[in-house]
Design a protein around this ligand. Structure first.
Ligand code: PMV
Length: 333
């Protein structure tokens, strides 16, 4: 093998139009189209080294050995890469996030995007970005979008994501208002399955999601901020409404989440253009135009329910980095 080792970095992406629900659970295909903004913050760095000496894969996430489901999901992606390459060599994987893992900040998106790129490269495969996106999508559908910078789209039933517009297309900011530290109680895969099985609102969500997607796609093309914001908020509230109607109900929104949502609506009515979105966790991500980002950050930071605010601009897609660049960035283990 020419190159048994590779390091990749990828950024989180936040869906402006949400993916929630699978049309095919076994293949992890999304039931609805989604559209995201890749961020310049919230970064995962991952090194993969295929090593013929290893008897089994060794996975370290944020400095600790990964066990159970976390480890299985990484090994499953490595297995897909091994199957494509037609070899059986085990790998040493070390990965680090510069933000809290599994806390509703889309760590699986950046994590699996970085892993898919590093693992396929380390295995000596030179795959088109779409194929790498497809590899990441099988682990976490939102990860398919993090391979691309700027605005990315993952159509319903699609194997892979693609870029809608590059990061320079529109100078927007997404401010992540962190309302709680710590891991979220329920993973998105389980939560989606429960929604599909038991929510009477799930069918309505799946039926309406393409309309919201089309509205948002046009708003991005035409740089219409209020139109994008309106579609974005309806998408997130419809997604959560479908979860509220499950039995038992799934409530990711906490008191802190709702306080931020109400504040965003008040600020908007007072003339500050901003719109919210919430994923499978309690944090609120608030979209605004670059010129309003400082004012919005002050307002959000002043809320007692907000622990901290992470301001993000549109970021680049996943990329490979050299060991030298890695040494200047993070210690992986
Ligand atoms: O890709 P997953 O399984 O982590 O699910 C992501 C689901 C949401 O973050 C809530 C929405 C999305 O499109 O990213």
């Amino acid at each position: 093998m020419s190159q048994p080792l590779a390091v990749a970095i990828a950024h989180s992406n936040i869906a402006l139009i949400k993916y929630w629900g699978k049309s095919d659970s076994a293949r992890n295909l999304p039931a609805v189209p989604s559209l995201s903004l890749t961020l310049d913050g919230l970064t995962t760095t991952t090194r993969v080294h295929f090593d013929a000496e290893l008897a089994e894969d060794h996975v370290e996430l944020d400095g600790s050995v990964a066990l159970g489901r976390e480890q299985k999901r990484v090994v499953a992606l490595l297995d897909r890469v091994r199957a494509l390459r037609g070899f059986d060599t085990r790998a040493r994987v070390a990965s680090r996030n510069d933000f809290p893992t599994a806390a509703g900040l889309a760590s699986s998106a950046s994590g699996f995007a970085a892993l898919a790129l590093a693992a396929s490269t380390a295995a000596g495969l030179e795959l088109p970005l779409e194929t790498v996106s497809g590899l990441a999508r099988q682990s976490s559908a939102s990860a398919a979008r993090s391979l691309f910078g700027g605005f990315a789209s993952l159509p319903a039933d699609s194997e892979c994501a693609h870029q809608l517009a590059p990061e320079g297309h529109w100078d927007l900011r997404l401010l992540v208002a962190v309302t709680e530290e710590g891991r979220k109680p329920l993973g998105s895969t389980e939560a989606m399955e429960v929604t599909k099985q038991s929510s009477p609102y799930y069918a309505a969500w799946v039926a309406h999601a393409p309309t919201l997607y089309q509205e948002a796609e046009r708003a991005i093309r035409e740089l219409q901020f209020d139109a994008l914001g309106a579609s974005m908020e309806q998408s997130t509230l419809m997604m959560h409404a479908s979860m509220w109607a499950t039995r038992p109900a799934i409530l990711f929104l906490t008191e802190g989440t709702l306080a931020v949502i109400h504040r965003v609506r008040t600020l908007r009515s007072q003339g500050l253009p901003c719109y919210f979105t919430v994923d499978a966790g309690p944090h609120v991500k608030v979209l605004t135009e670059a010129k309003h980002a400082d004012a919005l950050q002050c307002e959000l930071t002043a809320l007692s329910q907000v622990k901290r605010v992470i301001p993000c601009a549109a970021g680049a897609g996943a990329r490979l980095i050299s060991e030298t660049e890695l040494a200047g960035k993070v210690a992986l283990c």
